[in-house]
Design a protein. Structure first.
Length: 157
């Protein structure tokens, strides 16, 4: 189902904190794509001190990366420390897709016009329009059997 970015952000904000969901978005720090299974409202590992800024003012949503948490829990064998190292922030302005309660949503006003895929043999570019075709082209690209598993995929404007 296609939705706009504002609807995607609202769905995340209103989603039940006891349930996990999947989100794909572009990270602000380096422009790479993050695909994450996450959960909101986790208080494990929280000191009560609070953050130095309000994530909502920067269009961010704090979540626990469930897969990262499980990995850190095995390494550290400490629930609080594993949770502290597994909190992430979703950039609500660059959501590509969501999976909630068995429904998959694609953001159709996503501002990317091309995807660049890079692996050891060179580069391959896939161009798509901003009317939702970017997500379709990206999904097709990721399903290509000849693309190596270690390929780097990042958006291009």
């Amino acid at each position: 189902m296609k939705i706009n970015n504002e609807t995607a952000a609202t769905k995340i904000a209103e989603y039940d904190e006891s349930k996990m969901f999947s989100v794909k978005f572009i990270k602000r720090t380096d422009g790479t794509i993050r695909d994450m299974l996450c959960r909101k409202g986790v208080s494990l590992g929280v000191s009560g001190e609070g953050q130095k800024y309000d994530p909502a003012e920067k269009n961010l949503c704090v979540v626990l990366d469930v897969l990262q948490y499980n990995q850190k829990l095995q390494e550290l064998n400490d629930k609080d420390e594993a949770a502290k190292q597994s909190f992430r922030q979703i950039n609500l302005e660059t959501i590509i897709s969501l999976k909630m309660d068995g429904n998959e949503y694609f953001v159709n006003d996503f501002p990317i016009i091309a995807w660049t895929v890079k692996w050891k043999e060179g580069k391959r570019e896939v161009l798509a329009r901003t009317d939702g075709e970017a997500q379709i082209a990206f999904k097709r690209l990721m399903n290509m059997t000849r693309m190596p598993r270690n390929a780097e995929v990042y958006p291009t404007k």
